[in-house]
Design a protein around this ligand. Structure first.
Ligand SMILES: Cc1cc2nc3c(=O)[nH]c(=O)nc-3n(C[C@H](O)[C@H](O)[C@H](O)COP(=O)(O)OP(=O)(O)OC[C@H]3O[C@@H](n4cnc5c(N)ncnc54)[C@H](O)[C@@H]3O)c2cc1C
Length: 491
């Protein structure tokens, strides 16, 4: 764990900082700051100079102006559930914790929008909108804890995104502060906004462009009927083929998820969801909407899954059974956490038709690196989450896990995919950005960042690698789908 050597500059900064906020909301002791030394990618830890908990926009403005005056870097944090090290503090910088911005400012059923502060938990929005028959669609499995600010910064996804889109498709506007502490507004409550689409640029910008202080979300009517199928396969390749077949048949599931055997076993032992523990893979396939359409889609999907080789297809007959199916999927990460000292969660996206080939490739690469992998993923989106199991206290297992993670992401690029589906780049995948993008493209990203943050104080060292770093990494960029991946023909 890194700690922060103090300098005369940082001492003067901290003195001024303690005049902006009450002492209880400026944490300086190592013990107080420890809970903030990492996000959910806990392999990497850094103690910041201070953790700051502002309550008002005015307080954030004062902090930002001070950071600019003293050239102090700043990392914003929501709930710290990020899996790519986006909210990892910077030594010599402050961590700006937005947890106290937790008010739902307005639910407007007539316009079907919610106006919220960034520290509001994802699930709290749907809970508040329910009385009006509405919900907020993007539903990360971490939705009980993660914040809307973090969701916007990561362009988060979830089970329902296969039908309703990612965060970027469900945010209408934001208010943010730049480093000068000026308040700016992007987007509007209308379907169209003139000018460049800077709102889309901000969504997924991983805290590199400004501090989000308010978000306007699109709400949708709650479906009248929801029904879920569970299909078990004894061959993971067949399950991958079944996912592609459901989509190719023109069906529009509201959730299409897949788990492999290690994940099924871990989830079943954890939440007793009723999963078939001997299956090589299972698929959860959900439809929502009007009762007649749901029942028709369900019958078609049932027949299709059987024709693709499913050993068993079960429909949840009771709502409690349906909730159990999902409880197992939503608890898959912590469930895997119970069977291994540490795990490293990868997040790549591939064209769905390559699912079977890439899953086979992952298992070969895992064997090459002497590690085990459990797979759970948003199959309908082609968004993979291989969980690499390792023990940080055993020799070079962490280094092997990192190397395997990098290879898996390169495999995703090799089949025409990308290195992230929803968890962002953060610190975790920064080297693979050198493979995904050309020098010219990365130069454009840097130019864009400089427009918003010329001094490079907002979340430095994350998401966009320096060209120097890429040169050292030796990453070979080629057009997507053309990466020479020597092992590809083996899979
Ligand atoms: C068990 C588990 C399951 C998960 N499942 C999913 C899933 O299904 N789908 C998915 O997409 N993700 C998932 N995640 C990842 C994570 O929950 C999401 O990335 C989430 O959006 C992070 O929100 P957060 O509030 O915790 O943000 P943090 O981790 O605190 O921060 C994430 C990033 O957002 C930036 N940020 C936060 N707030 C602001 C702000 N106000 N202004 C500017 N930048 C800001 C930070 O600087 C950082 O770069 C999962 C994580 C866990 C641990």
């Amino acid at each position: 764990m890194l700690s922060q050597p103090k300098t005369a500059q940082s001492d003067a900064f901290l003195q001024q900082l303690s005049r902006c906020l009450p002492p209880a909301r400026v944490l300086l002791d190592v013990e107080e700051m420890k809970p903030y030394e990492c996000d959910a990618l806990s392999a990497y830890k850094v103690l910041p100079l201070a953790v700051v908990l502002p309550e008002t926009i005015d307080e954030v403005q004062q902090v930002l102006r001070l950071c600019q005056q003293f050239s102090i870097p700043l990392v914003v944090r929501g709930a710290g559930t990020g899996l790519s090290g986006g909210a990892l503090p910077v030594a010599q910088g402050i961590l700006l914790n937005m947890a106290k911005f937790s008010k739902i400012l307005e639910i407007d059923p007539e316009n079907r929008i919610a106006r919220v502060q960034p520290g509001v938990r994802n699930l709290a929005v749907s809970e508040a909108a329910k009385a009006n028959g509405l919900f907020y669609a993007p539903d990360p499995s971490s939705q009980i804890a993660c914040t809307i600010g973090g969701n916007v910064a990561e362009n988060s996804g979830g089970v329902h995104c296969v039908k309703y889109g990612l965060t970027v498709h469900n945010v209408l506007g934001i208010k943010y502060l730049n480093l000068q502490g000026e308040l700016l507004e992007l987007g509007s409550n209308c379907l169209q906004s003139p000018g460049y689409d800077l709102l889309a640029l901000f969504i997924g910008s991983e805290g590199l462009l400004g501090v989000i202080v308010e978000v306007t979300l699109r709400l949708l009517p709650l479906p009248t009927t929801t029904a879920t199928l569970l299909a078990a396969f004894n061959d993971i390749g067949q399950a991958g083929g079944a996912v592609a077949a459901v989509i190719a048949a023109g069906l529009q599931p509201s959730g299409l998820e897949m788990m492999d055997n290690p994940t099924i076993q871990a989830a079943e032992a954890f939440v007793h969801a009723g999963y078939p523990t001997d299956a090589a893979a299972l698929i959860l396939c959900e439809f929502d909407g009007m009762a007649e359409q749901v029942s028709e889609d369900l019958a078609r999907a049932h027949a299709l899954l059987i024709s693709q080789g499913a050993l068993e297809v079960r429909q949840a007959t009771l709502e409690s059974e349906r909730q159990k199916f999902w409880a197992g999927r939503k608890a898959a990460f912590p469930a895997v956490g119970r069977i291994t000292p540490d795990y490293y969660c990868m997040d790549g996206t591939i064209p769905r038709k390559h699912l079977a080939q890439v899953l086979q490739g992952i298992s070969r690469l895992a064997a090459d690196h002497g590690l085990r992998v459990a797979n759970v993923f948003h199959a309908g989106d082609g968004n993979l989450h291989p969980l690499i199991l390792y023990d940080a206290n055993q020799g070079d297992e962490l280094q092997r896990a990192e190397a395997l993670g990098g290879k898996i992401l390169e495999l995703c690029i090799a089949v025409g995919g990308t290195i992230t589906g929803e968890h962002g780049v953060g610190t975790e995948k920064i080297d693979q950005m050198c493979v995904q993008f050309s020098t010219l493209e990365l130069t454009q990203f840097h130019a864009l960042k400089a427009v918003f943050d010329p001094e490079g104080l907002l979340n430095p060292g994350k998401a966009i690698p320096s060209l120097h770093r890429c040169a050292e990494f030796g990453g070979l960029h080629v057009h997507r789908g053309q990466l020479p991946f020597p092992d590809l023909e083996r899979f």
